[in-house]
Structure formats: C-alpha cells, structure tokens
Design a protein around this ligand. Structure first.
Ligand code: FAD
Length: 467
C-alpha cells in the first residue's frame, strides 16, 4: 500500500526529544507527523531512564527487606524473583508508553510506524513490509537518539557479553558480573545488581569513577561502592574477553600497567553511546556533522546546516540526557513556529541513581579554581540531617558553590538520599539568579532532607547551624 501525506513538520524518532517536540508543535497549531521505527518513547522509556529506575526501585525494596530487622520488622524467607523484577519493569514502561500514545492522539499528531529516510529536504519516506508512506513536509526534526558504542576488542561478541538493553532482559540473576565502564549507566547497574546479590567488578579506563563529577563526590561514591563490596579497578584498559571451558568469560585488562584477569559469568559493556544516524540518508542530503563526526551539527536554535531541518537530543552528539532532549525539542518547536528561542546549557541538572543518589548542576569546585572564580564553598554532611538518619541513609553531603562577590549560587553537587530531587532547588535558584540568602531566608520544613541544602548554603558564609 502506498500513501502520501502533506504536513508542516515531520519528526523522526519518538524519544523524549521527538515526542515532546511533537506535542509542543501541535499546541502551537502545527500539523505534525511523528515517525518511529520501534516503540513510542524511545531509548528513555523503553531501554533507558525509566526501565533502569524501575530496577533501582526493585533493588531498593530488596535492600529494605534485607535490612528490615534493624527497623524492627524482621522478614524471613525472602528471595529475589528476577522474572518478576523484569516484568514489573516492562509493565511500568508499557503503561507510560500508553500514556504517550494517548497524548499524541489527544494532540492530533499523526503517528507513522516505520524507519524514516530523508529523501530531500522536504520529503521523508517511511517503508514497512506492508506500506510505503511519502511525507511532503515544510520542516523536519531529526530526533533519532543514540546507540551503544561497541568496544573494539577480541571477545566482545561472546554471548555472555551484554549491553545495557540486554542486561535488562535477563531471566537469571548472574552470580558475578564485570562492568566495563564506570560512568553513569555502568554505576547505576553496579549498585542495582550488587544489591540483588551479584558480585560486581567495575573496570574503568579513567583514574576515577563518574569522571565528570565534583572530585569529592567521585571519592565518596568510590568509597561507598567499595564498602558495599563492589570491586573497582580504575586506570584500567580492557584488552580482551576470552571464553573458558566452563562457558565463563575471562576479562583481561591492564590495571596501572599490570595485566589482570577476572573470570565472570556475565560482562556488561557500558562505555558510552553515540548518535544513531543509520539509514537516515544524511550523507546524500549533505547535512553537516560536528567536527568530531559524531552527531549532527546544530546552532543554538537547534537548526542544522539546512535551515528547514532541525536536530535535537542524543542525535546531536551533545549532552545525553532525556530532559536536555525535551528542552531542545521545545526550542526547535518554538523556532519552527516563528518564536525566537535558544538553548542555554549553563544550568543543566544531572541525576545519577546510584545508592545513594548523586545530582549536580552548574559549576564545581575544580571549575571555579581553573577559571579563577572567587567562590565560597559550603558543605553539609548528610549524617547531620535528622530526616536522613530516620531514613537510615547517613552517607553523603551537599556541596554548594557561591560567588564570593555577588553571593549568587553558581552550582551544587549532592550525594545522599533524595539528591536527584533536592538539586531542583539549586537549579531554580540559579535560573533566577538568586543569592544564597534567598534560599537561607526561606523557611525549610523540618524534618526533611531539603534542610541539608539550606544548611550547606549557610555553611558557605560560615553560618551553618547544625554542623
Ligand atoms: P531516543 O530516546 O534514543 O529516541 C530516539 C528514537 O528514534 C528511538 O525510539 C529510535 O527507535 C527512533 N529512530 C531512530 N532512527 C529512526 C529512523 N530512521 N526512523 C524512525 N525512528 C527512528 N537520561 C536521563 O536524563 N536520565 C536517566 O536516568 C537516564 N538513564 C539512562 C539509562 C540507560 C541504560 C540509557 C541507555 C540511557 C539513559 N539516559 C538517561 C539517556 C536518555 O535515555 C537519552 O538521553 C534520551 O533517550 C535521548 O532522547 P532522544 O529523544 O534524543 O532519543
């Protein structure tokens, strides 16, 4: 069957970039076609943010049961049913997927299932087994996301070497697992599976875990991970994976120049993701890529080198976060509809769902030093926060960076309970150019973990009450 559609905007990819852009455009009155080759919701909903957080929740429940005796509620005879863990995760994702489909319908967005190819700057072609759709369009938004980066070493194709998508579909809990890559995705899985009872080793190329974070946070999370029994090998380059006679994988790596081997049931490779642009036809179109050839080059309006084609999210090779993709989707939608809008990357919060959680926004201490910014640093230990102690979660701290002269808040790094929610107070303060005292004169409810942000800001001027 062949069909031809005419529309104002065609969006390729329905992740948090694409579907949010579609809804925004529809709200602004545009006719929109959304093309998706897989499931609605993209990586974020089906293989990323949401499924991992469903697993984090299962790990959390399991941990609470394991530690229940300390809280006066002894539970006996408990066990982990990995099949149920996986099916609950799938159920959460599919419920949210239905929610997005409902929103698309409500906003009269035409959803075309299939792989989209850009034939020319005003034509997108979608072909499936039974249907060929030609879409004539005024604008195109490329929101095709990213895919896992393959490690070019021998043994990478062995069947017990998995990526983040496959590890979330297992039907048996591995006894041991080596995680190659101690970045955000690797560390979230390290904590999840460690709590489930898998013996975890993390092998990281750089000299620390989560290398983009504040140095104090890096040290803290490494110490916490080690205390929980996770083996960490930093400064380590994985060179090969060998299958032994018992079908186990042996991961061979150099650690500080010394060759080491770990025998393991499963290997999880999480060394990063790269823009997914396969089959889009961008070479023929002559669309400019970034200088490192990774991702589509865009300007601050998310416009590509062809002015009626925009690109957003992971496909642009920038910050790989769902909320960045969505924010870019809105900026692109506004510009298409004639509303001038640009992306500001200076206040992007990031959230890591390790145990405890980590979150940060703005600059950190090292950045301030390197750029000769005169700052006051306030640090408050979570162990001094009453609510945290009631939760049984006393590890971590809040660290804030305040401009010494203007007293404006420049950034924060938090490790501790609810860190991923707490960071928002700082983000809002920064977006509005608030000073430390704007928050410290705000009464914070007691007992809450938010008091630790309040106290850290007091600490920046040497006026902390509870430490
Ligand atoms: P995607 O979500 O990747 O969506 C792109 C879509 O385009 C896909 O559905 C794909 O099928 C489709 N597509 C591609 N090519 C075509 C084509 N030619 N035709 C039709 N359709 C096409 N980010 C966070 O902010 N918080 C987190 O907690 C978090 N956790 C993560 C955990 C994991 C394990 C992973 C892998 C990622 C995580 N991320 C997280 C990152 C986040 O998922 C991505 O940054 C986000 O999904 C990017 O959104 P996007 O819209 O650019 O692309």
């Amino acid at each position: 069957k062949k069909e031809e559609i005419e529309t104002k905007v065609t969006i390729i990819g329905s992740g948090p970039g694409g579907y949010v852009a579609a809804i925004k455009l529809a709200q602004l009155g545009a006719e929109v076609v959304l093309v998706e080759k897989d499931k609605v919701g993209g990586t974020c909903l089906n293989r990323g943010c949401i499924p991992t957080k469903a697993l984090v929740r299962s790990a959390d429940v399991f941990k609470n049961i394991k530690e229940s005796e300390a809280y006066g509620c002894k539970v006996e005879n408990y066990n982990l049913d990995i099949g149920q863990v996986i099916s609950r995760k799938n159920q959460v994702a599919s419920q949210l997927g239905e929610g997005i489909s409902y929103l698309l319908e409500k906003n009269n967005i035409k959803y075309v299932k299939g792989c989209g190819e850009i034939l020319d700057q005003n034509t997108v072609f979608v072909k499936t087994k039974h249907r060929e759709t030609t879409i004539k369009t005024e604008y195109i938004i490329i929101a095709t996301g990213s895919t896992t980066t393959k490690l070019p070493i021998p043994g990478i194709d062995l069947d017990n070497v998995l990526g983040s998508t496959e590890i979330m579909e297992i039907d048996e809990l591995p006894k041991e697992m080596v995680i190659i890559g101690g970045g955000v995705i690797g560390m979230e899985f390290a904590f999840i599976f460690n709590t489930f009872g898998t013996k975890i080793s993390v092998v990281e190329y750089m000299d620390k875990l989560l290398p983009n974070l504040d140095e104090d946070i890096c040290h803290e999370i490494e110490e916490i991970a080690e205390n929980k029994g996770i083996n960490i090998y930093t400064n380590s380059k994985v060179e090969e994976i060998i299958r032994d006679e018992n079908n186990k994988a042996i991961v061979g790596f150099t650690n500080n120049g010394e060759k080491k081997y770990i025998s393991t049931e499963k290997v999880l490779v999480s060394i990063g993701r790269q823009p997914y642009l396969d089959g889009l036809g961008i070479e023929k179109l002559g669309l400019e890529l970034n200088t490192n050839k990774k991702g589509i080059k865009v300007n601050e309006k998310l416009m590509t080198s062809i002015s009626n084609i925009f690109a957003i999210g992971d496909a642009t090779g920038g910050i790989q976060l769902a909320h960045v993709a969505s924010a870019q989707g809105i900026v692109a939608a506004n510009n298409i509809m004639g509303i001038e809008d640009t992306m500001d990357y200076s206040i992007i919060p990031s959230a890591i769902f390790t145990d405890p959680e980590i979150a940060s926004v703005g600059i950190d201490e090292k950045y301030a030093k390197e750029n000769n910014i005169e700052v006051e640093i306030g640090k408050f230990p979570i162990a001094s926060n009453g609510k945290a102690l009631t939760l049984g979660a006393s590890e971590g701290f809040v660290k804030v960076i305040v401009d010494k002269n203007s007293k404006k808040i420049l950034g924060a790094s938090i490790i501790g309970p609810n860190a991923t929610d707490l960071i928002n107070e700082i983000s809002i303060a920064m977006t509005n150019g608030l000073k430390a005292e704007d928050i410290t004169k705000t009464i914070h409810p007691h007992p809450t973990t938010s008091e630790s942000v309040f106290e850290a800001l007091l600490a920046a001027s040497g006026a902390c009450i509870h430490n």
